[in-house]
Design a binder for this molecule. Structure first.
Ligand code: PLP
Length: 457
């Protein structure tokens, strides 16, 4: 977000000719905590309370507090951007942290075997994959682990292949490694994304050294098939390009779909040419505990990543939390994923009926929906507004994209914050990403607010 937006948002909106739509849901009238506009379709009757809104405001969280700082308290009713969840954490995890905190010393730890065992057992039980303990490495995040891997396999100035639209931080990680992102855009048709394998192979030949794969894919939600992965893996193995498979979203798979681990490909030579990256951070909402892991059957690959000076330290509270998550909180995760799946259904039906300017396709996996807002962009003149605003930028300020204007429009008129699509690379124009891992009351309130605001467009 540019300094202009952060420092002088309202003046900027006036300059750009974008003012809150008269008569739309008033920014003041939809402050968070206001009565819910529409009853959610069905209350959740589970072991865990997912319906009650868990107030995160004031906890320094990026999803709420950062957006409030950026856009003003009066403009943030339901932030649906950053990819974490609003639910209260699994009680098993809180209990484990409390047990650890009872021992009031936080000096250096050596990793207990039980930590690795929790990872190995989880992956075996849930996905039928066998992780060898000697091929398993800790990390303080998937992004730092990917950076270490790029340092191992991709010399500065070489290319790293991505399949956009894809996770925005891949681009910054590639840049941090001194490499260049080579984009092989996904093919899009009728709400479905697929891989253009000919283009993939052509681009691999242009100096690519690693390929970052995302399964399920953020933000498109694709749960890639075995056939897709076999085809990609075969090309990469033949060309000597290492596959870095980011499977952080793997526990979120919607009804009728399936996540297939890259390491489950039957062809051993393909699997040996890959490293898989995972963590409890998405599944159990432990992102700020900073703990992740990666594994490979290829001892040479693991040695090369470790040799970059990769940081394997995981903090003591993260160890307690992550181990409890995998060992004890599986039923919490199952309930959460089913709940999010129903949120997706609810949003699909609501948007298709009530918000004609937005197209919603239920994703196969992840808790993120990838909205097509082309019609809305056209209606509000997002491109023209961005152009107009860019003519007034002060030197050094970042140019604005039409999706910045859509984000602002929705914040100002509906109190709903979404992530702007251009950050996800080619194919991100006219797209916004919506995070549905929250209470259905908030999903309902966000959609009602959007429907009222966009009715006036
Ligand atoms: C695909 C993907 N990889 C990695 C991450 C971040 O992982 P970490 O916080 O462990 O660095 C995210 C977070 O949204 C993600 O979507």
């Amino acid at each position: 977000m540019s300094q202009t937006l952060e420092l002088n948002r309202r003046a900027f909106l006036r300059n750009a000719g974008l003012t809150a739509v008269a008569g739309a849901v008033g920014t003041g009238s939809i402050a968070a905590g206001a009565p819910v506009a529409a009853a959610p379709p069905k209350p959740h009757h589970g072991k865990y309370d997912l319906d009650t809104i868990y107030n995160r405001i004031g906890s320094d969280c990026y999803k709420w507090d950062k957006q409030i700082e950026k856009f003003g308290r009066e403009n943030i009713t339901v932030p649906m951007g950053i990819a974490d969840m609003d639910f209260k954490c699994a009680p098993q995890i809180t209990q484990a942290i409390l047990r650890r905190v009872e021992h009031e010393n936080y000096g250096y730890i050596y990793m207990p075997d039980s930590y690795a065992e929790s990872i190995i057992t989880w992956n075996r039980a849930r996905y039928g994959i066998e992780i060898q303990p000697e091929g398993l490495v800790n990390a303080n995040g998937v992004n730092p682990a990917l950076l270490s891997a790029l340092r191992a396999f991709s010399p500065p100035s070489s290319k790293v292949l991505l399949l956009p639209p894809t996770y925005s931080a891949f681009y910054s990680t590639v840049k941090k490694a001194g490499c260049v992102a080579e984009e092989c855009p996904l093919h899009y048709e009728n709400g479905e994304y697929s891989i253009d394998f000919e283009d993939f192979e052509r681009r691999i030949d242009s100096g690519v050294t690693s390929f970052i794969f995302c399964n399920p894919q953020n933000p498109t939600g694709n749960c890639w098939s075995l056939a897709d992965m076999q085809a990609l893996g075969e090309i990469c193995a033949r060309k000597g390009v290492v596959v870095l498979s980011d499977e952080i979203h793997c526990d979120f798979v919607n009804t009728g779909h399936r996540y297939t681990p890259f390491s489950a490909i039957p062809d051993e030579s393909i699997v040996r040419n890959s490293v898989t990256f995972k963590s409890t951070s998405k599944s159990f909402n432990l992102a700020a505990t900073k703990c992740a892991y990666f594994f490979s059957d290829n001892a040479d690959y693991i040695a090369r990543i470790k040799a970059t000076g990769h940081n394997t330290a995981v903090n003591s509270l993260a160890v307690a939390a992550s181990e409890a998550a995998y060992n004890e909180a599986g039923d919490w995760l199952d309930e959460v994923t089913a709940y999010v799946d129903q949120n997706m259904e609810y949003a699909a039906q609501f948007i298709n009926k009530r918000i004609p300017h937005v197209k919603f396709y239920k994703p196969e996996g992840t808790y993120l929906a990838w909205l097509d807002v082309s019609e809305l962009a056209e209606k509000i003149g997002a491109r023209e507004m961005a152009e107009e605003a860019n003519r007034k930028l002060a030197p050094g300020e970042t140019a604005l994209e039409p999706e910045n204007m859509i984000e602002l429009y929705l914040v100002e008129n509906a109190g709903v914050q979404l992530n702007d699509g251009f950050r996800y690379g080619v194919g991100g124009d006219n797209r916004m990403r919506m995070n549905l891992a929250t209470s259905r009351h908030l999903v309902s309130q966000a959609l009602e607010n959007m429907a009222v605001a966009l009715d006036r467009v």
